[in-house]
Every structure is written in C-alpha cells, then in structure tokens.
Design a protein around this ligand. Structure first.
Ligand code: SF4
Ligand code: SF4
Length: 357
C-alpha cells in the first residue's frame, strides 16, 4: 500500500488552492438550508461535519447538461432540401471533488455499469469520469439514517474514490486508493502520516462499530419480486408519498434522464436533464396510457429497481449505496429500509439469495 500522508488543518486551504491550479475543485458548501457541491474559492467555508444534502452526482452527471447544438438551414430554391449542422458541446473539464462521503462516491460505481457498459457507453459520462478525482471523507459519526453497510459499502469504503481522508486531531490522514490518488498526494504541503495513521485507523474502526450489525438482506431481490403483484402491500407502503421526487433528485444512484430541445425553430441545443420516476408523467405514453398510474406502482418500481432488477442485471450489485438521503429529505419520511425489510418479511423465508457484487 502506498504511504499515507498527513494534511494539517491549517494547510487545507493551500492544498485545495494548489489542486485548483489544474482542476475545478468542488467542495460542500452551505446554500440556504442545504449543503451542496460548489466550485471552491479561497476563503470559502466548507461544510465537512455533516454529509451534503445533495449527493455529488452532478459532478459527473449534471442536473441539466447541453449535449450538442444544432443549426438547420433550408435551401430557398429547393424547399424540400434541408441541411443540419451539429456542433459538439464543451468537453468535461478536469475536476476534483473534495469532501463527499464514501456512500455518495460509491454511487458512481452503479452509474459506471450503465453509462460505461460495453453495449451503450455514454461519451459524456465517460469523459467526466475520466477527468474527475475524488478525495472522500470517511465517516466516524454516521447518522441514524445511514445504512451503507447493508448494501456492500461502509464508512471507510474506497469504492470509486482516489483518496480517503480521515479527520484526526489537527488535520486529515490521506490514504491513496487509486494510482491517480497516489499522484495527488505528491505535494510539499503534505507530511508523512507516521503515528497519525494509527489515529485514523481507530477513527475508521469507530465509524464501522457505530453502524452496528447489518440485517441480512441477501434475499431482498427475490422477496421484492414475490410481493410484486401484491398491490395492497405497495399501496400501504406508499400511502403517505407525495410524489414530490425529492428522493430521486437527491439520490446518488438515480440515473434516469429526459431529453429536450430548446430551439428557435431552426437552431438550438439538445439538453439532458435528470428525470424522476416518482412523478406521474415519467411513464405517461402519448396515447394517454400510463403503465405506472399510481404512486404505489411508482414506489414499487423505485425500490424494485434498486434492490431487485438492477442487481439481477449487474452481478448482485445493489443500486442503493445506503446514504439515507431519501429518508432524511422525504417530507413525509418514507423509509426505503423499512420497505425492503417489510417485503422480506411479507415474502417469507426460502427466497433465493443474490450476492452483492
Ligand atoms: S421524497 Fe418521499 S414523498 Fe417525495 S416522492 Fe420520494 S418517497 Fe414520495
Ligand atoms: S435510494 Fe435512498 S439511501 Fe439509497 S442511494 Fe438513493 S438516496 Fe441513498
């Protein structure tokens, strides 16, 4: 393992400024009642004591992204003849995300299988992924809504990150978890970690211990399929849902989008924007038919996708990183953990297990 480094608290601003010479640096900052990732500027107050309200997903998958511009030209002498020119939009800029938590960054490993898969790799996502580094903060004080350890993660999980930063007395111990992370730690502003490594290991251990034992949800996928047609179950668990979509927009693993064109008729731009499967319009067809007409159908899809359909397609990997954002920020406190556990209980024993890859 490459050597850990120590970043003194009073050198954090200098280190971020040095990283900012080559990268756009995104950090968690307070905005209104929320903590969101924004470009770092000298003197900014970072919020590192709590997890961000918004996940870091916009760093690679912006809420609204211009894909390309187009210009259409008609030939006045030959009105049936139209030419269309396409202009590629700006590529991904080098970015470093500082201060996201392991669950939020793990979310990108769920994106990777979809947007970097062999069949339909997405060039926009891939460019952003290749150009983005993550210095991720480990968690010593998980919230009671955190359940990363149920779904294959943990408060010091390095999946998707380049460096893990563990807060210790007087600063941070930085552990490289990728080759790019090793290169990041080659800075005169950092010191050898020495005994600080032991402090960091103890802090990480305390974080894991605070989460406690995870229930066995290996049969969640099969159980959700077993209760699929039980609409009474789904009406019950979705009764208080308002279909507001906060859960999907804040979720680090929700990757659905919609495409729209903004144009003056002949020229314009194509935009990709986050979509929300909890809204009535998401599945509404042009004929007026809606295959998911009620919130019970939609919540069934959301939970089923994350804990059953996605894992079935991706080697058992659960498409939820257990960050708890959907629980914390739901206006009526719909709790995805309760739904999964109730489905397991409702389906009964003897459901086939799937491994969490
Ligand atoms: S945040 Fe809560 S109320 Fe809003 S759509 Fe999600 S589950 Fe329903
Ligand atoms: S479903 Fe909820 S807990 Fe799971 S990753 Fe999304 S926001 Fe986090």
């Amino acid at each position: 393992m490459a050597r850990e480094k120590f970043l003194k608290q009073d050198r954090l601003a200098d280190w971020l400024a040095a990283l900012g010479e080559k990268n756009r640096v995104l950090v968690p900052r307070e905005e209104g009642n929320s903590v969101v990732f924004r470009p770092y500027a000298a003197g900014d107050a970072l919020v590192l004591s709590v997890d961000s309200t918004a996940s870091p997903k916009a760093a690679l998958f912006p809420a609204c992204q211009e894909l390309f511009r187009f210009e259409q030209a008609k030939d006045p002498q030959n009105p049936d003849h139209t030419t269309m020119k396409l202009f590629q939009s700006r590529g991904a800029e080098s970015t470093l995300v500082f201060g996201a938590r392991p669950c939020g960054v793990r979310g990108f490993t769920i994106f990777d299988r979809v947007y970097q898969g062999e069949k339909h790799p997405d060039p926009y996502y891939k460019a952003a992924r290749d150009n983005t580094l993550f210095v991720t903060l480990t968690c010593e004080h998980p919230d009671n809504t955190c359940f990363c350890h149920w779904v294959g993660g943990g408060p010091d999980d390095g999946a998707g990150s380049d460096v893990l930063a563990t807060p210790v007395e007087g600063g941070y111990v930085l552990e490289p978890v990728s080759k790019r992370g090793e290169a990041l730690l080659d800075s005169p502003l950092l010191e050898e970690a020495g005994d600080k490594s032991k402090e960091a290991a103890a802090a990480r251990k305390r974080g894991r211990e605070k989460l406690g034992e995870a229930p066995d949800i290996g049969n969640a996928g099969a159980s959700l399929l077993a209760v699929f047609d039980d609409m009474g179950f789904w009406e019950d668990v979705s009764a208080k849902c308002l279909s507001c979509g906060a859960c999907t927009y804040l979720c680090p693993t929700c990757y659905c989008f919609t495409l729209t064109d903004e144009s003056d008729g002949l020229s314009g731009k194509r935009l990709r924007s986050w979509d929300n499967c909890m809204s009535y319009q998401f599945c509404l067809e042009a004929s007026g038919h809606n295959p998911r007409p009620t919130k019970a159908h939609r919540l069934r899809n959301r939970v089923g996708h994350k804990f059953s359909y996605y894992p079935a397609l991706h080697g058992g990997l659960i498409a939820c990183c257990g960050c708890g954002r959907c629980i914390k920020n739901c206006p009526v406190s719909v709790d995805i953990r309760e739904i999964v556990l109730r489905a397991i209980e409702h389906a009964g024993p003897n459901m086939q297990e799937v491994s969490n890859g």
